[in-house]
Write a protein that binds this ligand. Structure first.
Ligand SMILES: Cc1cc2nc3c(=O)[nH]c(=O)nc-3n(C[C@H](O)[C@H](O)[C@H](O)COP(=O)(O)OP(=O)(O)OC[C@H]3O[C@@H](n4cnc5c(N)ncnc54)[C@H](O)[C@@H]3O)c2cc1C
Length: 421
């Protein structure tokens, strides 16, 4: 009798995390990915315009992202993320020209809010306490209904922080998801808030080592292999339909469906999924940053929101960027470069650039969309869901995607889950 096979469909970080966990537990895995490369929304590519390998979007992690760091350890890539030894984040306000560094202390007792040089200029220590309201239990609501969305602290810290974490205008963002972020980062102290970036690129950190690990453990990896549909029998998936073949499932075979929400909804009848999404715009400028440029700078009162300094380029992230989707790319490049030039104090004309607009970068992290996120189980006894859009308790992030993959792997490995059809 052949070994039970687990088919993982989708090789984004959720699918990769599930496959890594399962193969590590000695399970036989076949990974099916529609695209010609793995990584989904978190990958690198050679950009012809820049003649550089860049990421589809700059990704920032925090040292409190424990599942993401554990995943990197498992695939042997724990050194791929770089960041300062202590939490420290540089900010520039383009309206007032002020510059400051936010420096939360390492431990969970937040004495840094009492030290003016460590906190945001123009704020008082007691301003910071208002956010503890997000930690209270209760029905989800918009962030603006939970805390006062104004004042220096809102404008200079909470707005940029939650806009980046939720990829949704913080005023309409889910207070519950914002509270979860707060609980896992600032409430744990600076040790959980060190900003981490994959300096050699997202694929070199999260994707290529995972594929090598899976291949070494005997997993089968099928790129360019799009799942078109299921054949359903009784309460289970009986076969997977691809353009070139139909794969029949044995009684103990299982499926982890780690595809985007609209694909999952087309495969699983009656599945409720988030319906509304938000864009992210990234701008890349081919220019080595001047010595001393902070690796990451938050920008207040600019079009640019975060400026990442890599060895060979300066890259900008703008979240919740739906308003920019119809703006011509040339105009965007000019306007964003004006901000970058001021932030980095580079007096040079627009360098070679690239603009990447990810229209459906993440689901909209509003209370309404958050309530639409399904758990990992499906109506099928032999198939579970993974993805940053499932109900992870976190917004759509690498950490959420990896936790969802781990959870799917744990469920599918349990003997009572998905009993034989
Ligand atoms: C521009 C941008 C910036 C971001 N910045 C950050 C950040 O700073 N920090 C952070 O933590 N997160 C960030 N994120 C979010 C992060 O990238 C995602 O949360 C994470 O990559 C989602 O992984 P996933 O596996 O859930 O989904 P996906 O990456 O979408 O994976 C789904 C996979 O399924 C495949 N697929 C689809 N249909 C089929 C099919 N029919 N058959 C087989 N395969 C199929 C897709 O090709 C894809 O590879 C950002 C995202 C974007 C787009």
């Amino acid at each position: 009798m052949r070994c039970p096979v687990i088919h993982v469909v989708g090789a984004g970080l959720a699918g990769l995390a599930a496959a890594v966990r399962l193969v590590g537990a000695g399970r036989e895995i076949v990974l099916h990915e529609a695209a010609g490369q793995a990584g989904g929304r978190c990958r690198s590519y050679l950009d012809a315009q820049l003649d550089l390998v860049i990421d589809n979007g700059n990704h920032l992690l925090l040292s409190g992202n424990r599942a993401a760091r554990d995943y990197l350890r498992r695939i042997g890539a724990e050194t791929a993320l770089e960041g300062p030894e202590h939490a420290e984040l540089a900010f520039v306000d383009l309206a007032t020209k002020e510059r400051w560094r936010l420096c939360p202390n390492d431990g969970p007792v937040p004495w840094w809010i009492f030290v003016p040089a460590r906190r945001v200029p123009g704020t008082r220590w007691r301003d910071y306490l208002a956010l503890t309201r997000l930690l209270l239990p209760g029905a989800d609501r918009a962030l603006a209904a939970a805390v006062e969305p104004e004042g220096a602290l809102w404008e200079r810290l909470w707005h940029p922080f939650f806009l980046a974490a939720l990829n949704t205008d913080p005023a309409e963002g889910s207070a519950r998801l914002a509270g979860a972020i707060l609980r896992e980062t600032l409430m744990k102290g600076g040790r959980a808030c060190r900003p981490l970036v994959a300096r050699e690129g997202l694929s070199a950190a999260f994707v290529d080592p995972a594929l090598r690990y899976l291949a070494a453990q005997g997993a089968t990896i099928r790129l360019g292999h799009r799942l078109d549909g299921f054949e359903i029998e009784k309460d289970g998936v009986a076969a997977l339909g691809f353009a070139d073949e139909t794969v029949r499932l044995g009684p103990n075979d299982r499926v982890v469906l780690a595809v985007p929400p609209w694909v999952a909804a087309s495969l699983v009848p009656g599945l409720e999924v988030p319906q509304s999404f938000r864009a992210i715009v990234n701008a890349h400028f081919k220019l080595a940053p001047p010595a001393g440029t902070p690796p990451l700078q938050g920008v207040v009162n600019g079009l640019a929101e975060w400026v990442f300094a890599f060895e060979d380029r300066l890259s900008v992230t703008i979240s919740g960027a739906d308003r920019l989707l119809s703006v011509p790319r040339e105009e965007l490049a000019e306007r964003i470069w004006a901000d970058v030039a001021e932030v980095t104090q580079i007096a040079k004309p627009l360098p070679t650039w690239q603009i990447i607009k990810e229209k459906r970068a993440t689901f909209a992290a509003t209370p309404r969309e958050n309530a639409r996120r399904p758990g990992p189980t499906t109506r099928f006894s032999n198939a579970v869901l993974a993805g940053d859009w499932t109900a992870t308790g976190l917004p759509a992030t690498i950490e959420g995607a990896i936790r969802s993959g781990n959870r799917a792997a744990a469920l599918i490995a349990r003997p009572q889950q998905g009993n034989s059809r």
